[in-house]
Design a binder for this molecule. Sequence first.
Ligand SMILES: Nc1nc2c(c(=O)[nH]1)N[C@H]1C(S)=C(S)[C@@H](COP(=O)(O)O)O[C@H]1N2
Ligand SMILES: [Mo]
Length: 317
Amino acid sequence: MLIKRRKGWEIPEHLATPEALFLNRRAVLSGAAALAGAAVWPQWAAADADPTASLYPAKRNETYKLDRDITPEDVNGKYNNFYEFGFTKDIYRTVDSLKTRPWTVAVDGMVEDKKTYGIDDLIKAMPLEERLYRHRCVEAWGMAVPWTGFPLSALIAKAKPLSSAKYVRFETFLDAKMAPTQRQTWYPWPYVEGLTMAEAMNDLTFMVTGAYGKPLPKPHGAPLRLATPWKYGFKSIKSIVKITFTDERPVSYWETLQSSEYGFWANVNPKVPHPRWSQATEEVLGTGQRVPTLLFNGYGDYVADLYKGLEGQPLYM
Ligand SMILES: Nc1nc2c(c(=O)[nH]1)N[C@H]1C(S)=C(S)[C@@H](COP(=O)(O)O)O[C@H]1N2
Ligand SMILES: [Mo]
């Protein structure tokens, strides 16, 4: 999985380095170099007071390797899809109205242990780790991020689903006071996504609470978002308030809006074009370069088995 790239635009190790070390190292850099980097906490990364902040950075799980550099933090934090805060990529300008404390996450539906967690209790109860993941948006751009979080399977183990549960449904907050576009009631708010139980239990399926060694910045969907790196990015739902175990296949926000273009499975496949554009290549965010897209975004070893026997389904849209 060799990828040609421009040299010298970033040093990936620095970007994924825990901030404490990073800042120390930075102290010996020249003033100009420091100013050009992330020494100043960027405005878009400002988070509400966070009682879990001391848990970051978490230890990196080295199992998950990248085939490309980590996307620079400031590039990534200023190029986001978070439609609750606007329909352009520069929602970092409006996202501050998202209030991430207090915040609760309800776990309900077909489980033995229905429970509403305070976000800080939930984060403290879960095994936090850092993972370097690719992310491939259906719009044919990709990035690579050091997420912090916990495997969804750890939360599922606490919830104890009944055998009747076949799917997990995720829901984003609904609050038009925080999210300007939620006043546009002709959109199917709140944002909803879903996975099969097998997908939800997969090792890769990660509940994200942090990025770049810190609590999750608002543009990325604080305080809790999903990362399913083998699927198109819209599956990775942000700012989750509810996780429901169900026997009905969830109908996602995007499926409700445009089912001919955005389906339930949405696995990355370079050979299956979107109805309006090719998926063969992707722009590597922040580099101006295009690289070939990989089946399952390069995560086939982890997930291909999930789809055996389902070949008749529209797995790649
Ligand atoms: N609630 C919610 N979740 C969302 C979205 C959104 O608009 N609202 N956009 C999705 C899309 S299309 C992508 S590509 C990713 C973007 O994540 P990022 O901003 O962290 O790159 O979030 C996904 N999760
Ligand atoms: Mo996306």
